[in-house]
Write a protein that binds this ligand. Structure first.
Ligand SMILES: Nc1ncnc2c1ncn2[C@@H]1O[C@@H]2COP(=O)(O)O[C@H]2[C@H]1O
Length: 261
């Protein structure tokens, strides 16, 4: 019993020390009170909701086999239900779970801003976000809840013609606890799963179409540019010319003429 109380007190002390350190830091740099209050709210909410400030601190110390067991136990079922990942290799999903980072956004925080370059996608762990636009972001295109994915459009398209830009603003609706998957991590994983690459590219195309139809402004020309894994490079001009020669039988004629001379 004494051990349990001791551990709880140690955790509380750690939390207080972290928050006090952060407040001292903000005071040193005379950070505006409004921002300071938001940071305090973040600390308090994060601590109250998950009993720690950074889950990865805890998990990173564990052997891989334990991290896999925990990740599978807590999150695999959620990921298996995500439409975007259906049909993907199960092992790929496990690899993905190991790369996730957890982050909490405060009510009204913008998670992604239209026009920014997309470098990560998000899966909602708990809470909700809204895809917004129009004057003062007053139009709510859709509200996304736990288990939904967002921020994937700019990841699944090629950088060509600005396809890697965010297509809409996404704002936390209440406290939003999100998983973040970085583009680099996603692409590193997919290199090992060519079949899942194809599944994801196809799903991505379908989702982009349905989301654009649902209201938010994914541009028509961007849908065509879906190039998760790059497009086939164009055939060099010289090779094309060579191909045409063969087709026309010109090559044979030239050879014959050469032999006759
Ligand atoms: N109509 C929609 N329905 C659901 N989500 C959307 C819709 N339009 C845009 N989004 C999401 O908003 C995100 C903004 O960043 P991305 O363009 O990377 O990816 C976008 C989608 O995930």
């Amino acid at each position: 019993m004494r051990d349990v109380i001791g551990a709880a007190t140690a955790a509380q002390t750690y939390f207080r020390a972290s928050m006090d350190g952060c407040v001292a830091y903000m005071n040193t740099y005379t950070i505006p009170k409004l921002v300071q209050n938001r940071v305090r709210t973040w600390y308090n909410y994060t601590w109250a909701s998950q009993g720690m400030l950074d889950e990865s601190e805890l998990l990173d110390k564990m052997p891989l086999v334990m991290r896999i067991a925990i990740a599978v136990d807590i999150n695999l079922a959620t990921f298996q239900k995500i439409q975007l990942f259906q049909g993907c290799d199960q092992q790929m999903l496990v690899d993905m779970l190991l790369r996730l980072k957890s982050i909490i956004y405060l009510p009204g925080d913008y998670v992604v801003m239209k026009g920014d370059i997309g470098k990560e996608m998000y899966i909602i762990k708990s809470g909700a976000v809204q895809v917004v636009g129009g004057p003062d972001n007053s139009i709510v295109f859709v509200t996304l809840k736990a288990g939904c994915v967002f921020g994937e459009i700019s990841l699944l398209q090629s950088a060509k013609d600005g396809g890697n830009r965010r297509t809409a603003n996404v704002r936390a609706y209440g406290f939003a606890n999100l998983f973040v998957l970085e583009k680099k991590d996603l692409f590193d994983i997919l290199v090992h799963y060519p079949e899942s690459q194809k599944v994801l590219a196809k799903k991505g195309r379908q989702l982009i179409k349905s989301k654009a139809a649902a209201g938010a402004p994914a541009k028509e020309e961007k849908q065509k540019g879906l190039a998760l894994f790059g497009q086939k490079p164009p055939t060099p001009k010289l090779l094309k010319a060579f191909g045409n020669l063969r087709k026309a039988g010109l090559l044979d004629k030239l050879k014959k003429a050469e032999e006759e001379t």
